[in-house]
Design a protein around this ligand. Structure first.
Ligand SMILES: *Cc1c(COP(=O)(O)O)cnc(C)c1O
Length: 465
């Protein structure tokens, strides 16, 4: 299996290069040239297996193949190590909310958010590949909160990488900032930028577009455009669907969505043979994804802050991967749409492509009021305390569920203690951090302040690698 760019003008690569490259050199995203297929019997054989064993089997065709030098034995060991840091033996356990309604808890990793599921694996993969090649990379990322801490946890104390994480000064929550800045490993550099999240992201994008600087520092990314992250997220659709009766029974999912990575992984699971009935895209009032899936209009507005900040985005990077599939892998079409986007901040999909998208996805925008109401409703009904992102998902699941006989699973993307104010306001209960983090607010922080200036960022990186 080789990987091809969604814009059709970058060379096809094997898995290891895709892992280390992140963004393709033509600006596109890498995607496998075909979807591996899992038979019904194979899916059935996952019943009763550990998360690690299913993960190895689901991801193996993407990682261990003719265009990769990662052996099956090595990959199996990497998977086992990656998920040993999770505090629950099932790694991602299911919790029940109602007769046929479920919540998949993806927050038992080191930073309490679902991004750990992919990033813990990525850290070990980076280590394995770079050590073998005797290389070191520089990872630069921008975060509005969760991605930063999960990325830092994934490479802390590793000799293979230096990480620079930009966050908007004063605009991430205390828990989120502390989770990043209290990691004192010498290869971790936190930068608070005078600006907003879009400013931070634009600086990182500019670095990637500066091909000579990119080569000079061996720039790499662990953000959600990295194929390996999407790949790791495919696994939990299989484990949860099998636990609820697949492949003899269909299962539906509702996914709180921002960059379209998590929900796209569900689409890939479906393409690989998992019987998924509905895929519900749940957005907060930053609803570009709901809009494009209901009307075809993808036009970028301004970000509006909400109580589910990890979904406060306007440009949804992984949507480009879906476009590639909708347009039958025609890189020219994707390039045209992306050019429209960069020139006039919008594009439109219509006709057969929009119809195809609507066949695959349902979508709902959930208001702030409904998000809060859902936190309260779930707490009263089941005693479960859920975070605002999960609440967006649960509300969309309930409103869009098309068949009461099919299990509906909402992906629970964050531990409620990451967003204590919103949760306490509604439930009256302050969600406590788990024991391993109870002293977070007493830990020492390290962080440098940076002006919103690309040259300042470049100098800082050069001085610190
Ligand atoms: C990142 C994140 C999301 C959105 O995930 P995408 O893959 O970007 O759609 C949702 N909830 C939480 C808590 C997150 O951290």
């Amino acid at each position: 299996m080789k990987y091809i760019s969604t814009r059709g003008e970058a060379p096809a690569l094997g898995f290891e290069d895709v892992l280390l490259t992140g963004l393709a050199r033509d600006g596109g995203l890498y995607i496998p040239s075909e979807w591996p297929q899992l038979s019904r019997d194979e899916i059935k054989s996952f019943r009763g297996m550990s998360y690690q064993d299913v993960a190895f089997r689901v991801m193996k065709p993407f990682v261990c193949n003719a265009h990769s030098s990662i052996s099956e034995d090595d990959f199996e060991a990497i998977v086992a190590k990656a998920y040993s840091t999770f505090r629950h033996k099932a790694v991602v356990p299911l919790a029940q909310l109602d007769s046929n309604e479920w919540m998949l808890e993806l927050f038992h990793g080191p930073t309490l958010a679902f991004k750990d599921v992919a990033l813990q694996l990525l850290g070990h993969l980076f280590d394995h590949v770079l050590t073998k090649q005797g290389r070191k990379v520089t990872i630069v990322g921008a975060t509005s909160g969760d991605t930063g801490s999960a990325a830092i946890e994934c490479v802390r104390d590793r000799a293979c990488a230096e990480i620079f994480m930009l966050h908007p000064y004063g605009r991430v929550s205390d828990v989120q900032r502390k989770q990043m800045t209290t990691v004192l490993s010498p290869n971790v550099h936190n930068l608070a930028v005078d600006g907003n999240f879009d400013d931070c992201q634009a600086m990182v994008k500019a670095l990637f577009n500066d091909l000579s600087f990119r080569d000079e520092i061996t720039l790499s990314a662990v953000n959600s455009i990295n194929w390996a992250r999407v790949m790791a997220q495919i696994v939990y659709y299989f484990t949860s669907a099998v636990a609820l009766g697949a492949p003899d029974r269909e299962v539906s999912y509702s996914v709180p969505t921002g960059n379209f990575g998590d929900i796209y992984a569900g689409y890939v699971a479906q393409q690989m043979g998992l019987p998924i009935k509905q895929l519900v895209v749940a957005t907060n009032r930053n609803d570009i994804l709901t809009r494009v899936l209901t009307t075809g209009d993808y036009s970028v507005g301004t970000v509006s802050p909400t109580i589910s900040p990890s979904m406060d985005i306007q440009v949804s990077s992984n949507f480009e991967r879906l476009l590639f599939n909708l347009y039958n892998k025609q890189g020219d079409d994707v390039r045209r749409l992306m050019n429209n986007l960069s020139q006039s901040k919008s594009f439109t999909i219509d006709g057969p492509e929009l119809a195809k998208a609507q066949q695959i996805f349902d979508a709902l925008q959930v208001s702030e009021e409904d998000t809060e109401a859902t936190i309260g409703q779930v707490y009263r009904e089941s005693g479960q305390v859920i975070d605002p992102h999960t609440a967006v998902g649960v509300q969309a699941a309930r409103r869009k569920n098309a068949d009461a006989a099919t299990p509906m699973v909402t992906l629970s993307t964050a531990h409620p203690a990451k967003f204590p104010e919103a949760v306490e306001k509604v439930t009256g209960r302050h969600p406590d951090l788990p024991a391993h983090m109870a002293d977070l607010f007493e830990r020492e922080e390290r962080c440098d302040r940076l002006t919103h200036d690309l040259d300042a960022l470049k100098s800082y990186i050069r001085e610190n690698i």
